[in-house]
Design a protein around this ligand. Structure first.
Ligand SMILES: C[S@@+](CC[C@H](N)C(=O)[O-])C[C@H]1O[C@@H](n2cnc3c(N)ncnc32)[C@H](O)[C@@H]1O
Length: 243
């Protein structure tokens, strides 16, 4: 876990790497991201009677707002890195980008519509203190069960094939390797007054399985398995509601 997690993403070099390398077309992350887009674009109109206001915590380059374009009344992204938000503007992210100080993000008020709070690629590599910042934000946006839904991505599910890397693999000191279990996520939701109402998996396999010659087999298997076997997916989105 990076002790200076918030600082890391203020560095323009890290931002370029995230936007241009991690999410370059055809990479593992961009394949998973396009699967998430397909699912979100089916889920949101089904789950909400009217287009919700979208609040994206740790919005970064605005990946989630772009996935939801046209399906929400407006997207608000909140992030501590001006460099990430600037990259989002360059990528044509819709909605409003809010530069915030750590722990001080406050959702833009709109009492007339339901709300969708998202936090993608955030909880895994941060400490409990930052996870609590997210949940405090979500609690403000979603004060009661009828106010909307919270979607949180865990891109390192501990009960997945990815765990084998920890057991048998070589963990490079230069790359972060964290895991987060369903129990830890449930405990986080519970402590902040949220209940888990569902989970959706987006890949059973790891980045290594998406290299040649395995990529086509991994993609085909994921198309069939990652949804029915969500509990064992390496990348999971949790759906939670205020109790
Ligand atoms: C890995 S990026 C994920 C960005 C985006 N959610 C996505 O899925 O592409 C993590 C983001 O968290 C932001 N961040 C770090 N510390 C934060 C904090 N305390 N509050 C809000 N955002 C924070 C970083 O600036 C960075 O943009």
């Amino acid at each position: 876990m990076a002790a200076n997690y918030t600082e890391v993403f203020r560095d323009p070099t890290a931002v370029e790497k995230y936007a241009e390398r991690t999410y370059a077309p055809g990479t593992f992350s961009s394949i998973v991201s396009s699967r998430q887009t397909g699912w979100l674009r089916g889920f949101v109109p089904h789950a909400f009677g009217m287009p919700p206001v979208h609040h994206d915590f740790a919005s970064g380059t605005g990946r989630v707002a772009r996935m939801l374009a046209g399906l929400v009344s407006v997207s608000h992204g909140y992030d501590t890195s001006e460099a990430m938000l600037q990259k989002g503007r360059e990528l044509g992210t819709p909605g409003h980008a809010h530069l915030v100080a750590p722990g001080l993000a406050v959702p833009e008020p709109d009492e007339t519509r339901p709300r969708l709070v998202t936090a993608f690629r955030f909880v895994l590599n941060v400490d409990l203190h930052l996870r609590d910042q997210l949940m405090d934000f979500a609690s403000m946006a979603l004060p009661d069960p009828d106010s909307g839904l919270l979607l949180v991505e865990n891109h390192g599910n501990a009960s997945s094939l990815r765990h084998l890397r920890k057991t048998f693999g070589r963990l490079d000191a230069h790359t972060w390797f964290q895991e987060l279990s369903h129990e830890e996520m449930a405990e986080l939701f519970d402590r902040h007054g949220f209940e888990l109402v569902g989970m959706q998996g987006f890949t059973m396999f790891t980045q290594g399985c998406y290299r040649r010659p395995w990529i086509w087999a991994s993609k085909a298997a994921d198309t069939m398995l990652c949804s029915p076997m969500s509990k064992w997916a390496t990348d999971v989105v949790y759906i939670a509601r205020r109790r």
